[in-house]
Design a protein around this ligand. Structure first.
Ligand SMILES: C[S@@+](CC[C@H](N)C(=O)[O-])C[C@H]1O[C@@H](n2cnc3c(N)ncnc32)[C@H](O)[C@@H]1O
Length: 307
């Protein structure tokens, strides 16, 4: 039977095993979504505090996870507010970033360039929509967003076209983007609107800011011995996680300046507060890739707070 709210959970075994889920451990799933990771954590005996900013996801996951009784505690909140909403230090934090399949597949949510719908993209279903963001930003500001968050080289012509078109639907935005990018510059493997849609979605939902706040909160919200596991889907997110984890593990890049390096080497080394559990990010197995093509870009990194 297919569930009405279905999302194929990525790197499930890997994440659950890194988080050492078992009875007595409290784990925060900061991106509850369809509840796939949470279900596996609960099945191994852990208590789960499940956060999602999307009320539809929270309701669907709460229904799915009801059989676990009060070991599952749903909270409507952004994971940027982790330190505020978590009652005390916990044993684990999981983030599986991005949008869920139901968010992408429901045309009315306005995330997808493959389906016509309102140009919305709000995970929380509150605040400024993507259409309103395009109206509010100047052409130069919009080009910066598309360049920085979408890593789109043709950000300027695309921003100009979007400002002129004032799209209120996903199809109108796609048409504007298509018109701004010469046919020969269309990417071969992805849709021409992929990067721009990613940038708009990230801006509407403040995604990098949210991630930064959650990373900052880790030392406070984790118990000694507690673990954080984060799954990312593109290079901007992965870079942020990699650098934050390196800093937590006292493993900052050596300075390019030889005199600075010499000085650094003479400093007594502070005991690192965290240790890395994934020297290289974990990625999906062949078997998972066959079943779920979306897992191709997933990278899982994890750290443990030192006791
Ligand atoms: C990729 S899905 C998670 C899927 C889930 N791990 C599963 O197995 O079903 C990401 C979910 O995180 C939520 N989300 C994204 N950013 C968030 C944030 N800053 N705070 C809270 N929830 C967020 C989205 O609404 C979405 O439901």
């Amino acid at each position: 039977m297919t569930r009405p709210f279905h999302h194929d959970t990525v790197l499930l075994t890997e994440a659950v095993s890194l988080l050492q889920a078992e009875a007595g451990r409290v784990i925060v799933d900061g991106t509850l979504g369809g509840g796939g990771h949470s279900e596996a954590l609960l099945a191994r005996g852990a208590t789960v505090i499940g956060l999602d900013r999307d009320p539809t996801a929270l309701a669907a996951a709460s229904q799915r996870l009801a059989p676990f009784g009060d070991r599952f505690r749903p909270v409507l909140a952004t994971f940027g507010r982790l330190a505020e909403v978590v009652p005390g230090p916990v044993d684990g934090v999981l983030l599986d970033l991005g949008v869920s399949s139901p968010q992408l597949d429901v045309a009315d949510r306005g995330f997808s360039f493959m389906q016509d719908g309102p140009l919305d993209m709000r995970m929380s279903q509150a605040g400024e929509t993507a259409a309103e963001l395009i109206t509010r930003l100047s052409e130069a500001e919009l080009a910066d967003v598309i360049y920085q968050l979408g890593e789109e080289r043709l950000s300027r012509p695309i921003a100009r076209a979007l400002k002129a078109a004032k799209p209120s639907t996903t199809s109108a935005a796609v048409e504007a983007i298509k018109g701004a990018v010469p046919r020969k510059a269309w990417p071969k493997d992805t849709h021409v609107a992929t990067r721009t849609f990613q940038a708009l979605r990230m801006a509407v939902n403040g995604e990098l800011d949210e991630l930064g706040l959650a990373l900052e909160a880790l030392p406070q919200v984790l118990k000694p011995g507690g673990r954080a596991a984060i799954i990312t889907f593109h290079s901007l997110e992965d870079r942020a996680v990699k650098h934050a984890f390196k800093a937590l593990c006292g493993d900052e890049q050596a300075s390019a300046d030889p005199r600075r390096r010499e000085l650094d080497a003479r400093q007594p080394k502070a005991t690192p507060a965290f240790r890395s559990l994934t020297k290289k990010p974990q990625t999906a197995s062949e078997a998972e890739l066959d079943k779920n093509p979306r897992s191709r870009s997933a990278k899982l990194r994890a750290v443990e707070k030192c006791a």
